[in-house]
Design a protein around this ligand. Structure first.
Ligand SMILES: NC(=O)c1ccc[n+]([C@@H]2O[C@H](COP(=O)([O-])OP(=O)(O)OC[C@H]3O[C@@H](n4cnc5c(N)ncnc54)[C@H](OP(=O)(O)O)[C@@H]3O)[C@@H](O)[C@H]2O)c1
Length: 212
């Protein structure tokens, strides 16, 4: 598969690039600078682009089989830039006639029980609320889209650099937690889940949670 990867220079994006390349996919990795450090593979090319610009996304996406995103706003930007990014990405795919999008989303909009979202739980860290709300707003943009085969794939509540075990669980619109109630996934295993979703299409038009 020829994949356009938005956010390839980021912490999660970098691991998605590694996972896709290990599966012999071709990856065009987008960042604002046009550089992606430490990915050295004949099937990888780094390109410059602004994911808040639908014209840029359309130009870059053209000719690819699918678009994956691990986009996130920089610390010095408003979390709401995420909504600009998903809006431009949706429009860019339409203009490029690329149908498949797997978006790295947020866990905040996943249900922890039948009526409570993770973001609304008492223990949810206050400092994460702005980006969690922006990620839910981004999901709302995607939820309205019925002409693209999108998947909104959310990490567990906690995602960190770690080990690639190849093991993980998913749940539709629900937080995935272990028997002790801990919701965690390594960035490496999240990349496995994203690559599996790209290849299988099991979660088309679904908000999917991941974790152990
Ligand atoms: N538990 C959770 O729900 C959870 C936890 C962590 C992360 N996340 C989500 O996962 C996503 C990725 O997280 P991360 O930690 O990997 O983020 P990150 O390291 O900050 O990476 C963000 C990526 O987005 C790119 N980017 C930002 N603005 C751009 C623009 N206008 N045009 C093109 N590229 C742009 C950056 O590239 P350059 O800066 O190089 O241009 C970088 O590659 C985020 O949406 C984050 O909210 C969710």
């Amino acid at each position: 598969m020829d994949v356009l990867l938005l956010g390839a220079s980021g912490r999660i994006g970098h691991r998605i690039a590694d996972e896709l390349l290990a599966r012999d996919h071709s990856v065009t990795g987008v960042s604002r600078s046009g550089t992606v450090d430490d990915v050295d593979d004949a099937d990888f090319v780094a390109v410059e682009g602004d994911a808040t610009d639908a014209g840029d996304v359309a130009k870059l996406a053209t000719g690819h089989d699918a678009v994956a995103s691990a986009l996130g706003p920089s610390d010095d930007e408003s979390p709401d830039r995420l909504v600009d990014m998903i809006t431009a990405t949706i429009e860019g795919l339409r203009r490029a006639s690329v149908d498949r999008l797997v978006w790295t989303g947020g866990a905040g909009g996943l249900y922890v029980d039948s009526e409570t979202l993770l973001v609304d739980t008492d223990d949810f860290p206050e400092e994460w609320e702005p980006i969690a709300s922006a990620a839910i707003d981004a999901y709302d943009r995607l939820a309205d889209v019925d002409d693209l085969a999108w998947t909104y794939l959310a990490p567990a509540a906690l995602i960190e650099p770690g080990e690639r075990t190849g093991e993980y669980r998913t749940a539709d619109r629900e937080l995935v937690a272990d028997e002790d109630g801990e919701s965690y996934i390594s960035m490496e295993d999240f990349a496995v889940a994203l690559a599996d979703e790209l290849e299988s299409g099991d979660g088309v038009r679904t908000y999917v949670g991941t974790g152990y």
